[in-house]
Design a protein around this ligand. Structure first.
Ligand SMILES: [Fe+2]
Length: 368
């Protein structure tokens, strides 16, 4: 096994302490005077946004609230227009995966020449010169530590990634206080995304010793802290969950993922299922499918999380009261879902080669 990937992609600086979000405006001044802070509705509750903005020059730093749901190309065009009119020197995303992803895409395309849809359709992304700052308020996607963002073309029901090394955040703020007040279903779904990402990065056919260390520890941290944080988002375990999700993001940046993420995008776009729930629903079937190809890694993961991997994944979902968004629903558009799953870079990194028949069989299990 390789020790390092050919290119190691990690965020250059992480401020990991409670209260660090209050320094966001001061930290961002180093990137230029004019900024754009993208956030979700939850940040306006409890005065968190006000406390962050109290340290900012309000004439120079604009805020933009993401309307909710998973980010779309239309929302991105609106945000890009706003950011360009404001002449933003930097873009910060303070929120869950959706907020960080759309803020990251905004930073990446702020000075790009073509419409966002052309890049979404496959045109090569330009190198981004606009610094992106990420502060997660959920522990899940690990978007703060990846050069990837996922956006949906709502009209075509197509969920695709933008990926470029220059999309990596210049500064990550891991402030466990930002998790406080996060609703239990959001903690549960985003935590299952982080757990899935840790497992998939660990068993990926592009795994290295570096990503194994990150992914294995990520799986353990998430498995051991998720229930406590779901019960109480102010729990001391929140720091472990946030760190675990971030380590999983670092691992997937360098090892990619697997067939769960290959399935989760086409299914999420068609069934309007939140990403974490889509991943959780596909994970047990994918673990069974990959069991042999995982070899000794199955036992290493089981030892790290303190119980048999498959049983623990299923038990976690039960204790989190996660219900599959697909089970029992009619399965339609199978040929297109199969084609999109097979095209996915995540599926290409799956430890067992995935055929069209395999995807169809996995879909039947997930929708049973
Ligand atoms: Fe994910």
């Amino acid at each position: 096994m390789r020790i390092l990937p050919e290119t190691v992609l990690l965020p250059p600086r992480i401020a990991a302490r409670r209260g660090a979000a209050h320094d966001l405006a001061a930290e961002c001044r180093a990137f230029g005077p004019r900024g754009l802070l993208v956030h979700g509705l939850s940040l306006t509750r409890g005065g968190t946004l006000d406390r962050i903005m109290a340290a900012a020059d309000r004439d120079a730093v604009a805020t933009w609230q993401h309307p909710g749901g998973e980010p779309t190309l239309d929302q991105l065009e609106t945000l890009l227009d706003f950011g360009r009119r404001r002449g933003a020197d930097w873009v910060a995303g303070v929120g869950g995966g959706s907020v960080m992803d759309i803020a990251k895409a905004c930073a990446g395309l702020l000075r790009a020449r073509k419409p966002a849809a052309e890049y979404h359709g496959g045109a090569p992304l330009p190198t981004s010169e606009v610094p992106f700052v990420a502060a997660p308020t959920t522990a899940g996607t690990g978007s703060e530590a990846t050069p990837v963002c996922v956006l949906t073309d709502a009209a075509r029901r197509l969920k695709r990634s933008f990926r470029h090394p220059s999309l990596m955040a210049r500064l990550v703020i891991l402030d466990a206080n930002l998790l406080a007040g996060c609703p239990p279903p959001v903690i549960a779904a985003s935590g299952m995304d982080a757990f899935t990402q840790a497992v998939e990065a660990f068993i990926s056919n592009r795994a290295t010793l570096l990503t194994d260390a990150l992914a294995l520890r990520a799986a353990g941290l998430v498995a051991h802290s998720l229930e406590a944080v779901r019960r109480d988002s102010g729990s001391g375990e929140a720091e472990n969950l946030l760190a675990g999700a971030c380590l999983a993001g670092m691992a997937l940046s360098n090892a990619r993922l697997g067939v769960v993420h290959g399935l989760a995008h086409p299914l999420g776009a068609r069934y309007n299922a939140p990403h974490g729930l889509a991943c959780a629903a596909c994970l047990p079937a994918a673990i069974r499918f990959n069991r042999e190809a995982m070899g000794a890694k199955y036992d290493r993961l089981s030892a790290e999380i303190g119980g048999d991997l498959l049983a623990t994944a299923e038990a976690l979902m039960q204790r989190m009261e996660i219900r599959s968004p697909f089970a029992g629903r009619p399965l339609t558009d199978v040929p297109a879902i199969v084609a999109e799953t097979l095209e996915s870079g995540s599926t290409a990194a799956n430890p067992r080669t995935v055929t069209a028949d395999d995807v169809a069989a996995l879909l039947r299990i997930v929708f049973a």
